[in-house]
Write a protein that binds this ligand. Structure first.
Ligand code: AMP
Ligand code: ZN
Length: 113
């Protein structure tokens, strides 16, 4: 989608990717909240989790699978990590192209809200 920053990164028009395949791309978060902070995004533009369709079920599963492989590659799988997807205002979503945060490399704050 035009003017979507994550579409541009996923299409390699800007930034650099840590991983890509035909369905998803992954790159470092520009404002890392932990030693490892990677974003996994679908190549298909989906604004929020509310726009997911039944046909996207496998895509979101694939995002989690890619995140778990990246966690292994970065060596944070044994100590642990957190996957987060924010939806809309109350969750603090700021980029309206769905993304999964992979956070780790230090003990993360307990609690979810
Ligand atoms: P969220 O609050 O869940 O929408 O997360 C959006 C994330 O995207 C934030 O952690 C930002 O730091 C990150 N972000 C915004 N712009 C960029 C960019 N150009 N490259 C990498 N990460 C970005
Ligand atoms: Zn997009």
């Amino acid at each position: 989608m035009e003017d979507c920053i994550f579409c541009k990164i996923a299409n390699k028009e800007m930034g650099s990717l840590l991983y890509e395949d035909d369905k998803v791309a992954a790159f470092n978060d520009i404002n890392a909240q932990a030693p490892i902070h990677i974003l996994i995004v679908p190549k298909k533009h989906i604004s929020t989790l509310n726009e997911l369709r039944e046909e996207d079920e496998a895509l979101v599963g694939h995002m989690a699978f890619v995140a778990s492989n990246l966690a292994k590659e970065k060596g944070i799988d044994k100590n642990g990590y957190r996957l987060i997807m924010n939806c809309n205002h109350d969750a603090g979503q700021t980029v309206f192209h769905i993304h999964m945060h992979l956070l780790g490399g230090k003990p993360l704050k307990a609690g979810l809200a």
